[in-house]
Write a new protein. Structure first.
Length: 286
């Protein structure tokens, strides 16, 4: 496939799990990659597994997004490696403390916001001006459980991800007419380290429902990272041009047909976060 031939893509959290799947999918589609994660050896291992292609480049950078200075360093490295940046994928994220908010370690709670919200926003701030100069860019941020509804005992993660979705909707409006598309992807419950943290916490901290869902997601048939990566590929490619300001579920939405419904997506609030009023539920409180 050549959907991303010649496109330069920056992917955070790119060493394992969904990030590694996105990296592999983009590479197979012809992209040049800048992969960022905390573990340098894991990044090098992934880079070595990608098939050698003379017309493609893969670069790696070890960085901890919990460090507020990291986004500037990452962006500087990306612009030093590539003449321009076509795609930014904000994939890196942590689960953070599990349990009632009043029992959470406050420093750990704040770290979730630094990694899951502030760092992606900072990267967008650095990358948007360059994308606007070239009149082309794609920003894809990975959302997750809790962004669209309350998620008890996961307050830090849910609140940060909800903020990321609203920020992405807002940035999509601010960049209209610049050739930049900004979207969020909800990958579904995947068998990753984040899921393992829920199981390790146990039902007493995570709650019985969350624990049971995590155990179930470990079984065959759970959400596939490949499916989420394919959605990211669609949004990053020319097929996704004009789709912006949306939160799309890789597991539940019929996103394969999205290019056929661009006009509907543009004129409606489908796949967005909105307040529900009585009339939306057939109630008349006048």
């Amino acid at each position: 496939m050549t959907l991303l031939s010649g496109r330069n893509c920056l992917i955070t959290g790119g060493s394992r799990g969904l990030g590694a799947e996105i990296a592999t999918t983009f590479w197979e589609a012809g992209a040049n990659l800048m992969l960022v994660a905390r573990s340098g050896p894991s990044l090098q291992e992934l880079a070595s597994r990608l098939s050698r292609r003379p017309d493609q480049t893969v670069a790696t950078l070890s960085a901890d997004l919990n460090d507020p200075s990291s986004p500037d360093r990452i962006a500087a490295e990306a612009f030093a490696t590539f003449t321009k940046l076509d795609v930014l994928v904000n994939n890196a994220g942590i689960q953070g403390p599990i349990g009632p908010v009043w029992e959470n370690d406050w420093a750990a709670w704040e770290s979730v916001f630094q990694i899951n919200l502030f760092a992606p926003v900072a990267l967008c701030r650095r990358c948007v001006p360059d994308m606007a100069r070239w009149k082309r860019g794609k920003i894809i941020s990975v959302s997750g459980g809790g962004a669209t509804g309350p998620r008890a005992r996961f307050s830090a993660y849910a609140t940060a991800k909800a903020g990321l979705v609203r920020f992405s909707e807002t940035l999509a409006e601010e960049t209209r007419g610049m050739g930049i598309d900004v979207n969020c992807v909800a990958p579904g419950a995947m068998n990753t380290d984040i899921l393992g943290a829920v199981i390790e916490a146990g039902p007493s901290a995570a709650g019985q429902r969350e624990y049971d869902l995590a155990v179930q997601a470990r079984r065959p048939g759970a959400a596939s990272p490949r499916r989420a990566a394919q959605l990211c590929l669609l949004l990053a490619s020319a097929a996704g041009d004009g789709i912006t300001g949306k939160l799309i579920s890789a597991a539940w939405d019929t996103w394969d047909n999205l290019p056929k419904h661009k006009s509907d997506l543009e004129r409606t609030d489908v796949y967005t976060l909105r307040r529900i009023v009585p009339g939306d539920r057939g109630l008349d409180w006048s």
